[in-house]
Ligand binder design. Structure first.
Ligand SMILES: Nc1ncnc2c1ncn2[C@@H]1O[C@H](COP(=O)(O)OP(=O)(O)OP(=O)(O)O)[C@@H](O)[C@H]1O
Length: 276
């Protein structure tokens, strides 16, 4: 397996006394992996993200970035290398033009004017939205805003990009476009962590799935193992993806060999029948 970029060790966090939201989260994130975090509303996913990018400070536990223990003196490094694309772009976007919005991060990181301009242009180009550079972000469509919020993070060139429920407000066409962007980022070996309630997407996209339940991790495995673990599915209120369900039915009907590895996307599904 690839190198560990970030390690969270036994993280505990409470917003207020007596209400523990994280109850001992230990997790390693590997370079270039496609990691999905699942879990019911309120299970602590967003709180965990804010802890591992240094916005919130854990009550207990340690964070290592590239084997270096994070403390007050190097916290900035964590903020720089772990970028979060928030669920609601309106909560993330603050500036009055797309140019100022995307330039905000690099300016904060202390880059000179020339480098800021370069990063703004490169990241808008990367997201295919250079034409929006002078527009006020708040008047863009939901899909455009989402692209701006991703460009925001890309401009800071973080090592890990976290997407907190990225497709929540997107229509099917924009969901498709978002997935295409993810493909491009994965191809470039970026480390991507996504929390989602879209189980079909999680099943077809992830290398690895971690399941949160009441501030704890109750599963950490490959998608097929997680979605065939009835105990985990029941506990975390998750459902089997339809494709997995279909493969299992075809096995019980002996249309597919019982040892066949379930398909995780339509192409894999078609290939299952090549062997028959
Ligand atoms: N700023 C805050 N102040 C107080 N409590 C908070 C705050 N943010 C979150 N919480 C509480 O912490 C718990 C975990 O919330 P969190 O947003 O981390 O869960 P989540 O798994 O990301 O949920 P969702 O799937 O709904 O986004 C919830 O009980 C929530 O009400």
């Amino acid at each position: 397996m690839s190198e560990v970029v970030l390690k969270a060790e036994n993280l505990h966090y409470s917003y207020s006394k007596g209400h523990k939201v994280l109850k001992g989260i230990t997790l390693e994130i590997h370079e270039g992996e496609k990691l999905i975090i699942l879990g019911a509303n309120g299970s602590g996913k967003s709180t965990f993200f804010l802890n591992i990018n240094g916005v919130l400070k854990a009550d207990e536990g340690k964070i290592y970035y590239k084997n270096k223990l994070i403390n007050k003196s190097n916290l900035k490094e964590l903020k720089r290398h772990v970028g979060i694309v928030f669920q609601d772009a309106d909560n993330q976007i603050i500036a009055s033009t797309v140019r100022a919005e995307v330039g905000f991060g690099p300016i904060n990181l202390g880059f000179n004017r020339q480098e800021v301009i370069k990063r703004v242009n490169d990241s808008l180009n990367y997201m295919g939205i250079s034409h929006l550079i002078d527009r006020p972000p708040h008047y863009l469509s939901g899909g455009e805003k989402k692209k701006v919020s991703i460009a925001d993070i890309i401009a800071m060139e973080p090592e890990i990009i976290i997407f907190d429920e990225p497709t929540a407000f997107l229509d099917p066409q924009n969901k498709y476009i978002f997935e295409e962007h993810l493909k491009k980022m994965s191809f470039e070996n970026r480390t991507l962590v996504i929390s989602t309630h879209d189980l079909e997407f999680a099943f077809r996209w992830a290398d690895r799935i971690v399941v949160f339940y009441d501030g704890m991790i109750i599963a950490d495995a490959d998608p097929i193992s997680v979605f065939t673990d009835k105990e985990v599915l029941d506990k975390a209120n998750l459902k089997k993806p339809i494709l997995l369900e279909i493969c299992e039915i075809l096995k019980t009907k002996l249309i597919l060999d019982t040892k066949t590895k379930p398909a995780r996307n339509i192409d894999e599904f078609k290939h299952l029948f090549d062997l028959i």
